[in-house]
Write a protein that binds this ligand. Structure first.
Ligand SMILES: [Zn+2]
Ligand SMILES: [Zn+2]
Length: 178
């Protein structure tokens, strides 16, 4: 009796594959992205499409899954805070065991004839997301003085005079005039 719900989008039924080492099955499946995929400055929006291209191979100890997950990533430019969106194809491969191995191996275990790929996809995608995405490699970012986007106004400068000094300068001028 399996505790996995075969209707879950990333649960795969391996009955067709069988247990004979060397048998192989290829599956392409488009699934909705689960919640909380990514974090901080770059995420895969929940419900957006993930295109999985998968290959399941029966081996003596279990099933080797390899493939790619094509996702759309939405993030914020680390310099100018503009929204950035791009496609990322993330490769992964994982061995699922028939029976739990020694604890230090930490390999996932098949649930009867079912395999839950979500943790594998999640780990691979999260690792592939950049910590500081940029809208373009040479994004000039924001003006530290006023927050203006320097890409819109590359020659942007400020009179470095602090208003308090400007006031003093005004007093000086008045004194000189006396
Ligand atoms: Zn930028
Ligand atoms: Zn400025």
């Amino acid at each position: 009796m399996s505790s996995l719900d075969p209707r879950e989008p990333m649960v795969f039924d391996l009955r067709e594959l069988g247990r004979r080492a060397g048998s192989m099955m290829e599956v392409d499946r488009t699934v909705p992205a689960p919640a909380d995929l990514g974090g901080g400055v770059a995420v895969v929006p929940p419900g957006s499409e993930i295109d999985l291209r998968l290959r399941f191979e029966a081996v003596v100890e279990g099933v080797l899954v390899s493939g790619t997950a094509a996702v759309t990533v939405v993030g914020e430019c680390a310099r100018c805070l503009d929204r950035v969106e791009w496609d990322e194809t993330v490769p992964f491969s994982e061995l699922f065991l028939h029976e739990p191995g020694p604890e230090e191996e930490e390999l996932p275990v098949l649930d009867g004839e079912y395999l839950d790929l979500e943790p594998v996809v999640r780990d691979a995608v999260v690792l592939a997301l950049p910590l500081a995405p940029l809208c373009r490699a040479d994004c000039p970012g924001l003006c530290v003085e006023c927050g203006a986007r320097l890409a819109d106004d590359p020659s942007h400068t400020h009179d470095r005079m602090d208003p308090r000094w400007a006031a003093l300068a005004g007093v000086e001028t008045t004194e000189k005039e006396d």
